[in-house]
Design a protein around this ligand. Structure first.
Ligand code: T4K
Length: 409
């Protein structure tokens, strides 16, 4: 454990971890069971296109989230694109800017304009009052994002969508195995989209899914996922290749068997971070509402301005990175401040999004992170934040070197 701020790697000390400790290290289930499934797949010579593992995976996911249809896809981004197209969205669609860039790109990729809307600082998801203000005659839909697994104000968005005749899609990339008012995420709006990317707490290597209770929509999704084929020589729709392969489904089925364990480890890590940081003024671990199901996939540190005025979030991030603590600045700087959107929207200000994007850091969690790792990370955070003025003085004496050479990130 480091005793003084002079020991920090950024000021010349040795990094506290010998190897990078990543946020987003994949959780891996029973290896023997996974390899058994891989062998089964190779023996059967059925590698993709609605294979037996994909079918079983879809059925298991549908059961788990209590929804009629699950259509597995090659990743969450393509799942979003196909869902958007199958729902007939066009013109303008309202989305938060505080999200992964894929939410906006999935629209723009299809010539649809993402209309960025600010968030409610309490939920960090779409502010329903501002959604209403953003509706124009060109608006055809709303995409809410359940950020960090915190669900949107689903009731308010559903009411607006119904009253204004808009499609409602949820980007539930962060919210697999979470619930809203006791009902599993997956059955809200016209459809919801999951991501099962390697960095998600539940992964299929790469993968995603659209879930819905709408029979016609599910049929369309299935056709669009496979080039629009309705028979060997017949194409009835404009489609693409969004298929999940058997290896991903095998990984998914194996991950499902360890789902409870992954959630339990994430929860343990989250509680440990909260416990260790409970007395740190100016830095809170974002809390989860335990009356609903959560996956605790992200442990998010939120800094007050009282801290960031002295040591900015970015400086803290650089100091941690020098220690091999690879925290992430999700979702900085906000989609509206990234290309191609920034150039088209030079005057757009989203105060809540911009403030939050500069105050949060996602800390390493998951099964690759031990309780001892968390104690060390929290000790570092306490050392830095508790001695912010001294850290500031040393940073100033470094000048541009913090961003130079090996410290450039
Ligand atoms: N909507 C939302 C709200 C999303 O958050 C996402 C994805 C999507 C839609 C789209 O879903 P997908 O098309 O991705 O299924 C990551 C992920 O690529 C992305 O899936 C995720 N959200 C986003 C929040 O984070 P990066 O750029 O941080 O990922 P990457 O590959 O740099 O990995 C992060 C760190 O994790 C690495 O530095 C090291 C570690 N890592 C990563 C991989 C892939 C490992 O240790 N092992 C690995 O295999 O975007």
């Amino acid at each position: 454990m480091k005793k003084t701020v002079d020991d920090l790697a950024v000021f010349g000390g040795l990094p506290v971890f010998g190897e990078p400790l990543y946020a987003g290290r994949p959780n891996i289930g029973d290896r023997a069971r996974l390899l058994e499934r891989f062998n089964q797949m190779l023996d059967s010579r059925w590698l993709t296109n609605d294979g037996p593992f994909v079918k079983e995976f879809e059925q298991r996911i549908a059961e788990l989230v209590r929804v009629k249809h699950c259509v597995a896809m090659c990743n969450g981004t393509v799942a979003l694109e196909i869902a958007i197209r199958a729902l007939g969205m066009e013109g303008e669609v309202i989305v938060p800017s505080f999200t992964f860039i894929a939410t906006a790109h999935a629209l723009r990729w299809q010539g649809i304009t993402p209309v960025f809307c600010d968030i409610d600082p309490r939920t960090q998801t779409l502010d329903s009052g501002k959604v209403e203000e953003a509706i124009t005659p060109r608006t055809t839909g709303i995409i809410g994002v359940h950020i960090w697994g915190h669900t949107c104000d689903i009731d308010a968005l559903a009411e607006i969508a119904a009253r204004r005749g808009l499609k409602l899609l949820f980007d539930a990339a962060h919210a697999f195995a979470c619930s809203y008012k006791g009902r599993m995420v997956g059955s809200f709006g016209d459809a919801e989209v999951f991501s099962f990317h390697a960095t998600k707490f539940f992964n299929t290597l790469e993968g995603g899914a659209v879930v819905t209770n709408d029979d016609d929509l599910a049929m369309k999704l299935r056709l669009m996922r496979n080039f629009g084929f309705t028979g060997y020589d017949e194409v009835s729709y404009l489609g693409t290749n969004g298929k999940m392969n058997e290896m991903s489904a095998a990984m998914g089925l194996t991950s499902l068997e360890s789902l409870d364990e992954f959630v339990a480890v994430n929860r343990r890590n989250y509680l440990r971070y909260r416990q260790e940081l409970r007395d740190v003024a100016g830095a809170q671990v974002l809390t989860y509402d335990e009356t609903d199901r959560c996956n605790y996939q992200y442990t998010v540190l939120e800094l007050d301005e009282a801290v960031t005025r002295v040591v900015s979030r970015d400086e803290l991030w650089r100091i941690l990175t020098a220690e091999n603590v690879m925290a992430r600045r999700y979702f900085f700087p906000g989609c509206h401040r990234m290309e191609p959107y920034r150039s088209h929207l030079p005057g757009l200000r989203l105060p809540e999004t911009e403030s939050l994007a500069e105050r949060v850091l996602c800390l390493p969690t998951g099964t690759a992170v031990t309780e001892s790792d968390i104690r060390i990370i929290c000790h570092l955070l306490k050392l830095i934040i508790g001695n912010a003025a001294e850290v500031r003085r040393l940073l100033d004496s470094l000048g541009d070197k913090l961003c130079a050479g090996s410290l450039t990130i």
